[in-house]
Write a protein that binds this ligand. Structure first.
Ligand SMILES: [Zn+2]
Length: 237
C-alpha cells in the first residue's frame, strides 16, 4: 500500500486509540502512575530510538502508551505506534524490565512493519482501523476497550507475522541493551500459565498460541545474533 494509505490508517488509529483510552479512563481502568506504569514507560522510552531508526514506513511514529487495569494477560499495538498493555500481563507473570522489552519489541515490529495491513486482507481501507490491533497474548480485549474496537481485537496475526515480530523484537530489545534471553523466559512464563489456566482469558490465550515450543526454538536460534547486538549495546543502569 502507499504512503497515503499509511497516513489514513494512522489517522483512524489515532482516533480509535483516543476513544479506547478515554473509555478506559471513564471506567477508572487507566493506569497513569505507579511502579508498573513507570516500568513500562521506562522500557518503552529506551526502545523508542532503536525502533525509530528501523522505521521505513515514511511516516514518523509518535509512540504512545496506555496501561489498562485488567487481569487479562494482554498487550497490543495500533498503527503508528500506539501501544496498549494490561496490568495482568506485568503482574501475573512478574515481568522484569527485559521481559517487558521483549513484549514491547514484539509489538513495535507489528507496527513498524505495518502487519495490520496484511491482516486486513481483502477489507477496504476504511474498515482497516477496526482490524488494526494485535493481541499479543490474549485475544479478546473485552468491554474495557468499548464497542468501537471490539471487532478487531480478536483477529490474530498469521504465524509468519508473529515470527517476524518475535525475531525483530528480539533485535530491538538487544540493541537497547536488554538481555535477549528474557524473550525465552517470557514465553516460558506464558507456557507455565497454561497448566494452571482457570480464567477465560487464559483459555483463549491457550487456543491462540498452540505453538509455544516452535516459537521458543525460533527465538533460541536467533539468540547468537541478538547477543552480538546486546554485547555492543549500552546496558540500562
Ligand atoms: Zn504478535
Amino acid at each position: 500500500m502507499s504512503g497515503n494509505d499509511t497516513n489514513s490508517l494512522n489517522l483512524k488509529s489515532e482516533q480509535q486509540y483516543a476513544q479506547i483510552v478515554d473509555n478506559a479512563s471513564q471506567k477508572n481502568a487507566l493506569v497513569t502512575s505507579g511502579a508498573m506504569y513507570d516500568q513500562v514507560r521506562r522500557v518503552l522510552s529506551r526502545l523508542e530510538p532503536i525502533a525509530d531508526q528501523a522505521n521505513t514506513t515514511g511516516v514518523p511514529f509518535k509512540w504512545q502508551l496506555a496501561l489498562f487495569r485488567s487481569n487479562e494477560i494482554n498487550a497490543w499495538v495500533m498503527p503508528g505506534g500506539r501501544v496498549g498493555v494490561y496490568t495482568g500481563l506485568i503482574q501475573t507473570l512478574h515481568l522484569s524490565d527485559a521481559e517487558v522489552a521483549a513484549v514491547l519489541g514484539h509489538e513495535m515490529i507489528h507496527a513498524l512493519e505495518e502487519h495490520s495491513k496484511e491482516k486486513a486482507g481483502q477489507q477496504t481501507l476504511s474498515s482497516l482501523a477496526t482490524v488494526a490491533m494485535s493481541a499479543y497474548a490474549g485475544s479478546n480485549a473485552g468491554a474495557l476497550l468499548g464497542a468501537a474496537s471490539q471487532m478487531g481485537i480478536g483477529l490474530p496475526f498469521s504465524r509468519r507475522l508473529e515470527t517476524r515480530a518475535d525475531l525483530g523484537g528480539l533485535m530491538i530489545m538487544a540493541q537497547a541493551g536488554y538481555d535477549p534471553h528474557a524473550a525465552i523466559s517470557l514465553w516460558q512464563k506464558m507456557a507455565s500459565l497454561k497448566g494452571q489456566s482457570n480464567t477465560g482469558g487464559l483459555a483463549r490465550f491457550l487456543s491462540d498460541h498452540p505453538e509455544d515450543a516452535e516459537r521458543q526454538k525460533a527465538i533460541e536460534a536467533a539468540l547468537p545474533r541478538a547477543m552480538a547486538l546486546y554485547n555492543q549495546a549500552q546496558h540500562p543502569a
